[in-house]
Ligand binder design. Sequence first.
Ligand code: URA
Ligand code: SF4
Length: 192
Amino acid sequence: MESKEKELLTLKGKVGSCKKCELWKRRNHPVFGEGNFGSRLMFIGEAPGYFEDQQGKPFVGRAGKVLDELLESVGLQREDIFITNVVKCRPPDNRNPLPDEIEACSSYLDEQLQLIQPQTIVLLGKFALSYIFEKFDLKQRKISEVHGKVFKVRDLMGIKRLIPLYHPATATYNPQIKEVLLKDFKSVKIGT
Ligand code: URA
Ligand code: SF4
């Protein structure tokens, strides 16, 4: 456990000085992710936004408020989970991350998964869905088709559950999505 923590902190240091893609030039702070290194539950978002880039922490802006509500609805707290993003530095003007940025950054997410070994991976939005489904050799799917469903995959460490959800940011401009998220979130709780 201690060495796993050490390895994650070393990895955090690497992300802190990373220049593997162009996004380092305009970032204020890379966002490694935070939470419980021993958690069985990992959440993966897209990329830091304005406030995340300012603070170096994941999901601290408006989408983060929605996420906190969702967690609370099933009796979970930030300390119970680990949360990160596919891409660790903020894309300018919150544009989508580009394929070469995802490719450059994904080794960090891969290492985080390897070290934390979550049993349940919650995929927040289409970029996490697409990256993780490809990683586990699952067919690419639209989030509208698979949100709230549980996909079981097996790797060398055993069985994992993948749960795609709408990105919490979508609930900030679409209240109906918030209802869907609250309903889908029940699948997150089961089995934790
Ligand atoms: N949206 C994300 O995908 N990640 C964050 O950390 C914040 C907003
Ligand atoms: Fe490095 Fe990822 Fe930041 Fe690009 S987004 S500079 S790959 S940490």
